[in-house]
Design a protein around this ligand. Structure first.
Ligand SMILES: Nc1ncnc2c1ncn2[C@@H]1O[C@H](COP(=O)(O)OP(=O)(O)OP(=O)(O)O)[C@@H](O)[C@H]1O
Ligand SMILES: Cc1ncc(CO)c(N)n1
Length: 275
């Protein structure tokens, strides 16, 4: 059994954060463990409050796992403060476990999940340790201090992130104004790149899409799947989870983690160039 870890915030509403990650891990046959960085009082309508966990306790959770388990992949989600980021980065130094960084910054309703002062720590302390980073367009803009409007802007932003030492950058196009397709762009340190396109699902139930995508990626990497195949399978996982989304709650409902195992054979991802 492969063991993977999520370092993220708790979403009491169950659609994002630690809860989305563990549900995704379970569906993908990996044993999920967690380091909780913050609690959120949250539902499909928004984030009511955030309670960050003390640095020392975050450290204890992480070391408890490192001392006991042969962890095969780690992901980070909501990290909230520069202190928390430095704690994680310090604990990760000298580890050779693949690290997937989902640079979560703002919830769908606009609430802050990463303090402004923490962006530098994310760039300078954590990204150099990352195997894969998965920003959406606004996150990539913040991390690179560049405006992104075209695919050429996406490529430049990815190159600037690769220069920090990340092995692979996936810029998610979910926020691009394309009403027909959801296209993500993948760039590797060795210069290789490709795009992944699926049909865009017209739904408001997209709570936790980013968390679920990066958790699926972490599970596949943890299962030792080759990196390019893991990225495409994670795209299938999120496409099916959004297609079969759950209309629960009064706001933006969550995605459906059960859909991949039922429908994966029928899901098409079109691979293209990044021009
Ligand atoms: N409506 C949609 N239909 C199909 N795929 C989508 C849709 N919205 C997002 N995606 C895909 O979901 C994945 C997550 O992308 P997105 O840009 O939504 O992440 P995010 O903004 O980080 O999510 P979150 O708000 O949970 O942090 C990407 O693969 C993206 O292309
Ligand atoms: C705890 C948490 N992490 C990440 C997100 C982003 O979807 C969220 N809304 N809540």
């Amino acid at each position: 059994m492969h063991i993977v870890t999520t370092i993220a915030g708790s979403d009491s509403g169950g659609g994002a954060g630690i809860q989305a990650d563990l549900k995704t891990f379970q569906e993908l046959d990996v044993f999920g463990t967690s380091v909780i960085t913050a609690l959120t009082a949250q539902n499909t309508q928004g984030v009511m409050d955030v309670l960050p966990i003390e640095q020392a306790f975050i450290n204890k959770q992480f070391h408890a796992l490192l001392e006991d388990f042969p962890i095969s992949a780690i992901k980070t989600g909501m990290l909230f403060s520069s202190d928390i980021i430095r704690t994680i980065a310090l604990a990760m130094t000298n580890l050779t476990i693949p690290l997937i960084v989902d640079p979560v910054m703002i919830a769908k309703g606009g609430e802050t999940l990463l303090q402004q002062e923490a962006v530098e720590a994310l760039r300078n302390n954590l990204l150099p340790l990352a195997t894969i980073v998965t920003p959406n367009i606004p996150e990539a803009e913040t991390l690179t201090a560049r405006k992104i409007e075209t695919v050429s802007d996406i490529r430049l932003a990815a190159q600037s992130l690769l220069q920090l030492g990340v092995q692979c950058v996936i810029i998610k196009g979910g926020h691009l104004a394309n009403k027909d397709f959801a296209v993500d762009y993948v760039f590797f340190k060795n210069g290789k790149s490709f795009s992944m396109q699926t049909s865009r699902i017209a739904t408001k139930n997209t709570h936790g899409t980013g968390c679920t995508f990066s958790a699926a990626l972490t599970a596949f990497i943890g299962r030792q799947m080759p990196i390019e195949q893991a990225i495409v399978e994670a795209k299938k996982f999120i496409q099916l989870a959004i297609t079969h989304n759950l209309s629960i709650g009064h706001g933006n409902g969550p995605t459906n983690h059960f859909a991949y195992q039922k429908f994966k054979e029928s899901c098409e991802v079109t691979i293209g160039e990044t021009q």
